[in-house]
Design a protein around this ligand. Structure first.
Ligand SMILES: Cc1ncc(COP(=O)(O)O)c(C=O)c1O
Length: 429
């Protein structure tokens, strides 16, 4: 039998097209542009109000990107020099890296191999007297185990920050993510499920956190008479962080239109991706990355959909050989996911601010950081991969891609003969 599987023949059309931009987005942008209102606040305020209502929070504050929203969230909940912040290691930089700029130390914990989110069983033994917060990032749209994370945080008097960059609109037990922690930071950059071009949002129900967030990088809105917190009042009008983080109004305009259509578009994405995984059921080598059907938890817009690769079901076939065969068949896949951050030198020895020792321990007594061993995170690159991101419910096309997966799995013994294995350095930055 030929090593190649027969390719995907039907034209996928717009099944992968995202974001969906229409004249409505264009008109909204032009309206701001023609008014010269790019740095004004009116559209942004409307967007914030709509976003807060949609997600189910009291306050929403718009940012120029998700990274700045997350850094602000950390400062607003009280992360300061010498503190520690716990997060998963398999995530994007912005989930945790901004804590270095506050003088805090990231403490990395394991991911759950099925949800790819923070493993609650690996948190408690990492908590010290310096721990201030836990960041739960809902990786690739999958909700973190918020019940367990909140229970641990309550027990140890810690703050919970949700990073909702991948999971706008995902439900956890029937309620939107971003409403469980003390504060959440959201990315709205153009590849995200919900996007505004470039942008971010911070949401919270806590007035004091909101006030701190405004004070950090939104000086034009940091007014003495709007702030209850007496410690903040003397600095009204100044950006306490030294940052200017407001959202560009061209983004606010796009964000409003995208939000208006988001739920309805997600219904179609959900139908498409659930059909894909239903059809994939029973094909050896792949397992769905989605919550159980009866859990009332959902994957929102299925950001950068991921599948769980199980090489043991295919005689140990490497993810490299598996994805190469799929790529040859015309299936858009990518081996691996975000790499574990705890392995990167940035978190070991890089002296960013000139403290004369690694920044990660700049305000700690020790000279070198403790680098944890996280075997699940370190092996995750060989066990998770990007799968096709279906945005439209076209069953015939989706079935065709599933056929290609099935044929690759059927051919695994042949593929094993020429398996190059995973390349050196695979899974490392
Ligand atoms: C998990 C996660 N958090 C935060 C961010 C940062 O968002 P932004 O790119 O808008 O700064 C990203 C990526 O963009 C992300 O993937």
């Amino acid at each position: 039998m030929n090593e190649k599987v027969s390719g995907v023949a039907i034209d996928p059309g717009d099944i992968f097209t995202w974001p969906i931009i229409t004249e409505e987005d264009e008109e909204a942008v032009l309206e701001v542009l023609r008014r010269g209102a790019m740095s004004a606040r009116d559209v942004t305020l409307q967007f914030e109000e709509e976003y807060a209502r949609w997600q189910g929070n009291k306050y929403a504050l718009a940012f120029n990107n998700g990274t700045s929203a997350l850094q602000t969230a950390m400062w607003a909940v009280g992360v300061r020099a010498g503190d520690e912040v716990i997060s998963l290691s398999v995530t994007y930089w912005a989930t945790i890296l901004p804590c270095l700029s506050l003088g805090a130390t990231p403490v990395f914990a394991e991911v759950d191999p099925d949800t790819l989110t923070l493993d609650p069983d690996d948190i408690e033994h990492r908590i010290t007297g310096r721990t201030k917060a836990i960041v739960a990032q809902h990786n690739y749209g999958h909700p973190s185990d918020m019940d367990s994370i909140i229970a641990i945080a309550k027990k140890h008097d810690l703050k919970v920050i949700e990073d909702v960059a991948h999971a706008q609109g995902s439900l956890y037990k029937g309620k939107k993510l971003g409403t469980f922690g003390d504060v959440s930071g959201i990315s709205l950059m153009s590849q995200k499920s919900l996007m505004a071009g470039e942008g971010g949002m911070l949401t919270t129900d806590d007035k004091d956190i909101y006030e701190h967030a405004v004070a950090w990088g939104h000086y034009a809105r940091f007014k003495r008479d709007l702030v209850d917190n007496e410690n903040l009042k003397p600095y009204a009008g100044l950006p306490l962080g030294g940052y200017k983080y407001r959202m560009h109004q061209l983004s606010s305009a796009v964000g409003r239109v995208q939000l208006k259509h988001y739920d309805e578009r997600c219904v179609e994405v959900r139908k498409a991706m659930n059909l894909f995984w239903d059809l994939m059921e029973g094909i050896p080598g792949m397992k769905a990355h989605r919550p159980p059907e009866d859990s009332k938890s959902t994957m929102g817009g299925w950001y950068n959909s991921v599948g769980l690769y199980r090489p043991e079901e295919l005689g140990g076939l490497s993810i490299t050989a598996y994805t190469n065969a799929l790529l040859e068949a015309g299936v858009p896949v990518n081996p691996g996911i975000n790499r574990p951050l705890h392995l990167h030198p940035l978190f070991h020895d890089c002296d960013i601010y000139g403290h004369g020792k690694p920044t990660v321990v700049a305000f700690q007594e020790q000279e070198k950081p403790d680098v944890p061993s996280l075997p699940v995170s370190e092996a995750i690159h060989g066990r998770a991969m990007r799968v096709p991101n279906f945005k439209k419910f076209y069953p015939e096309i989706i079935e065709q891609y599933v056929q290609a997966f099935r044929k690759v799995s059927d051919n695994y013994r042949i593929l094993l003969k020429n398996d190059p294995g995973n390349p050196p350095g695979f899974g490392k930055w």
